[in-house]
Design a protein around this ligand. Sequence first.
Ligand SMILES: Nc1ncnc2c1ncn2[C@@H]1O[C@H](COP(=O)(O)OP(=O)(O)O)[C@@H](O)[C@H]1O
Ligand SMILES: [Mg+2]
Length: 292
Amino acid sequence: MTIETLEERLRRAHTLIEALPYIRRFSGHTMVIKLGGAAAAVGDVDAVLQDVVLLRFVGMRPVLVHGGGPEISSWQERMGMTPRFVNGLRVTDAATMEVVKMVLTGKVGPDLVARIHRLGGSAIGLSGEDGPTLLVRRVDSEGGEDLGLVGEVDHINVEPVLSILDQGRIPVVASIGLGYDGEAYNVNADTVAAELAVALRATKLILLTDVDGVHDREGGLLGELDPGRAEQLVADGVIAGGMIPKVRAALRSLDGTEAAHIIDGRVPHALLLELLTAEGVGTMFAPTAPAS
Ligand SMILES: Nc1ncnc2c1ncn2[C@@H]1O[C@H](COP(=O)(O)OP(=O)(O)O)[C@@H](O)[C@H]1O
Ligand SMILES: [Mg+2]
């Protein structure tokens, strides 16, 4: 055995031992993780899911929430529809809602579940209509524009998700809700993840996206963000598009969680680095404003 090999072994053992305080701290804790469609389109989805499976096996209770924005848009286009957004929310008529359902619960969700099984974990996919888990009401039109079948979460029934977690499995939740009128509604997946995090008393909400975090006006990464600064950046148009519901979701989750993180889902194992090492990645939101 060469000295290099021994050093290499010690380094590897050290890496595992470094995770020990984090595993001890978070074992048994619920973590709500949202995989954005944007990150899924460009990142290594298996690397993300490997992290989720590992978290499960070290005793955490990860809940995976998924959107599917780019895939929904691409299928809309194939059907001759034109995707439209208002403040990051998809304008959803009845035909669009059919596409949303087919893509999320027919394709994206089952694909994530199958991948988790290939990686040695166990998962069950559900939509907010199942149970029902997510009861929603129609969102008011923004600036006079009717968004159609777009819902906001009014009530969460956590029991279906808890029973999957209690079986040792990973719930994979599609961002569709059931309206009180019996219709299915499209709900922004960041919002679903935040509301689930609060309802499940999760320790953290982690939103994986296709940027390294929230950027300031100059394009620099904001390591931490407090509610006041965040709303100012939205008002100034620095935070725009899909980042608006994402930042609002992160802030909303602070009603129950210890912290929310917007991190780069394109970076392999960003989730493990965030949860099991001292290295903070992306933008963190914590209940108390950071000292400035
Ligand atoms: N201030 C900002 N900082 C970072 N990203 C921003 C900002 N404002 C708008 N964005 C946009 O928000 C996008 C992420 O939201 P979205 O496209 O909905 O992704 P996801 O599928 O992860 O929800 C980024 O790709 C970026 O183009
Ligand atoms: Mg989005």
